[in-house]
Design a protein around this ligand. Structure first.
Ligand code: ADP
Length: 179
């Protein structure tokens, strides 16, 4: 498969188990670890990840930081801070797009070939899932139109509802080929 659609993949499951060069985690500004996907990434990478985070913290909302992947199969962890959803009129959409873009920019800066994203901000941070899915897909779509790296970008959904949401949206915009 080639072209833009071939660069975007959709999987379901635990992002920490993926064999990809970098996994993105939905971090907090202090990069202190926490629950949800960030807790899973910290547990799987090991306690050294907190030390690595301290060296690059803090991270403002909408920005990203890079650390090694340590015990993960991934070489790198990209810690990106999505917005906490308030009312939808507090810059959330721009900040969420920026979380995706800055993560992708870090990947390019470090010649990272493959990146997997969770559904940033849609857990504890409360971003409505449909709107967040649209922003995630639109951000990645715009990125792949202007940059050859990362060669592969994976949306890693945790559960069927998100998987179906992404699958239908990706098909609508012509970014998912039939298997
Ligand atoms: P946030 O604070 O940015 O909302 P959360 O970790 O609470 O971050 O949730 C973000 C998304 O990550 C949610 O869709 C949640 O279901 C998902 N998630 C939780 N654990 C994992 C995991 N191990 N792998 C992939 N996604 C996960």
């Amino acid at each position: 498969m080639s072209g833009i659609a071939g660069r975007i993949r959709l999987v379901t499951g635990d992002i920490t188990t993926l064999d990809v060069q970098a996994v993105v985690t939905a971090a907090n500004k202090g990069l202190r670890g926490g629950g949800g996907v960030d807790g899973a990434v910290h547990r799987a990478a090991g306690p050294e990840l907190l030390h690595a985070c301290r060296a690059v913290a803090p991270c403002p909302t909408g920005q990203s930081r890079l650390t090694p992947g340590l015990a993960l199969a991934a070489d790198w962890v990209i810690h990106t801070v999505g917005p906490i959803y308030r009312d939808g009129n507090s810059g959330e959409a721009e900040l969420l797009a920026s979380a995706y873009w800055t993560a992708l920019a870090l990947a390019v800066e470090h010649s990272i070939d493959g990146v997997a994203f969770p559904c940033i901000s849609t857990g504890v941070y409360g971003y409505p899932a449909d709107a967040a899915c649209d922003i995630a897909i639109e951000s990645v779509h715009r990125w792949v139109q202007t940059s050859n790296l990362p060669r592969v970008i994976i949306f890693c959904c945790f559960g069927d509802a998100d998987f179906q949401r992404y699958e239908s949206r990706l098909r609508q915009v012509g970014l998912l080929s039939e298997a």
